[in-house]
Design a protein around this ligand. Structure first.
Ligand SMILES: *[C@@H]1O[C@H](CO)[C@@H](O)[C@H](O)[C@H]1NC(C)=O
Ligand SMILES: *[C@@H]1O[C@H](CO)[C@@H](O)[C@H](O)[C@H]1NC(C)=O
Ligand SMILES: *[C@@H]1O[C@H](CO)[C@@H](O)[C@H](O)[C@H]1NC(C)=O
Ligand SMILES: *[C@@H]1O[C@H](CO)[C@@H](O)[C@H](O)[C@H]1NC(C)=O
Ligand SMILES: *[C@@H]1O[C@H](CO)[C@@H](O)[C@H](O)[C@H]1NC(C)=O
Ligand SMILES: *[C@@H]1O[C@H](CO)[C@@H](O)[C@H](O)[C@H]1NC(C)=O
Ligand SMILES: CC(=O)N[C@H]1CO[C@H](CO)[C@@H](O)[C@@H]1O
Length: 313
């Protein structure tokens, strides 16, 4: 029995070693250029931004910065470039309808294949899939933790988020004590905005997150580590049943900087709650650094880094 059990274990380890299928890879290769960002060539759709071109708000850093060591062996040249994503006071997005979003400042990359996200989303958001992302501070262009930032999320067409990664002080109307006590922590929130996992945004480290989404049973589980440490499971699958099932629950996978306003006491009561169009923004230039962004299927396990895997949760 013991022998059989250990043989099975070795067989299943071997299956995990045979690499879990990457459904979309946003780890920017060195042949991806800033011009590609402007033309939506490659893995990113860069339309969620202000009026200037994409490279005014984002850039590929070549060999100037090291990406997360989780997927990049320290002894050889990295396989990906760090992506810098910033906002300034011109970062007012004008969507197809609804008018300019004067309440927000935002620059986001959306997962795509040469501009096509509509065909990609059902691929990334069926069965059970894992969304990987690593984030680092840009010390020259820090965030303002008095504000709320939503920095990674999947957004179905109803504007909700299947899950999101949040920083700063949650928007409050009427304005509560600011900054919030945990403003400097990352929060992984579910569709209903419950905090599933929280960890401090320490400077100088890469913060590696992975969120497993079971699209059929609608659950979320979170993995996390810093720098080269393999990902560790920090929350087991929890129900996320306020998210819509099926196609209505699928949406674009965003990462970047979305800054919410503070309430402007001069606005009407109704407008004070309209974070999209109203509120106070200082207009500062702020940025985050990204690497290690990809989506995988869990059929052969969840990648933990350095070739390690764990079975689906
Ligand atoms: C980069 O090189 C890979 C491998 O040759 C290729 O598949 C990909 O299309 C290239 N990407 C760009 C943006 O040129
Ligand atoms: C993007 O805009 C900047 C100035 O805002 C300009 O210098 C640059 O040439 C533009 N890039 C492209 C590819 O249009
Ligand atoms: C920032 O942008 C808003 C909206 O376009 C504008 O009303 C405001 O004057 C700008 N502030 C600064 C400091 O440029
Ligand atoms: C951060 O935002 C608050 C609220 O608008 C503002 O008072 C403060 O000056 C801002 N800090 C910086 C460094 O811009
Ligand atoms: C999903 O729910 C079904 C029905 O309750 C259950 O049989 C199945 O084990 C669940 N799958 C997972 C991965 O939890
Ligand atoms: C509110 O209005 C007053 C009077 O016009 C003005 O001085 C103040 O700057 C305004 N405050 C904001 C946050 O816009
Ligand atoms: C962690 C958790 O259970 N989150 C929520 C998932 O969705 C259901 C249904 O809306 C909520 O009740 C849970 O609190």
């Amino acid at each position: 029995m013991h022998l059989l059990a250990s043989t099975t274990f070795i067989a299943s380890l071997a299956a995990f070693i045979a690499a879990t299928p990457v459904l979309w890879d946003g780890r920017a290769p060195f042949n991806l250029t800033n011009a590609d960002l402007n033309s939506n060539t490659g893995p990113f759709l860069t339309v969620v931004r202000g009026s200037d071109n994409a490279t005014h708000y984002s850039s590929l850093l070549g060999h100037a910065q090291l990406p997360t060591p989780l997927w990049n062996d320290a002894l050889v040249l990295p396989r990906e470039q760090v992506i810098s994503i910033s906002i300034d006071n011109t970062s007012v997005f004008v969507p197809g309808s609804g008018g300019p979003q004067f309440g927000f400042r935002r620059t986001e990359f959306i997962a795509a294949n040469n501009g096509d996200h509509d065909d990609l989303n059902p691929v990334l958001e069926t069965g059970t899939t894992v969304f990987h992302v690593s984030i680092k501070q840009d010390p020259a262009r820090p965030l303002n933790f008095t504000h709320e930032y939503q920095i990674v999320f999947i957004e179905p067409s109803d504007g909700s988020h299947v899950f999101e990664l949040q920083l700063g002080s949650p928007f409050t109307d009427p304005t509560g004590p600011l900054p919030a006590p945990d403003a400097h922590s990352f929060k992984v929130r579910d569709h209903a905005l419950n905090v599933l996992f929280e960890t401090p945004f320490t400077p100088s480290s890469w913060h590696n997150f992975a969120v497993q989404v079971d699209w059929t049973n609608r659950t979320l589980a979170v993995l996390y580590s810093t720098d080269a440490a393999p990902l560790a499971v920090v929350t087991q699958p929890a129900p996320n049943l306020s998210a819509s099932p099926g196609a209505a629950g699928q949406g674009d996978f965003h990462f970047g900087v979305l800054k919410l306003p503070l309430v402007n006491p001069n606005d009407t009561a109704a407008d004070q709650g309209d974070v999209v169009h109203f509120g106070i923004q200082e207009g500062d230039t702020e940025a985050l650094l990204y690497s290690g962004v990809f989506v995988e299927d869990v059929s052969h396990g969840i990648s933990l880094g350095h070739g390690l895997y764990t079975p689906a949760l």
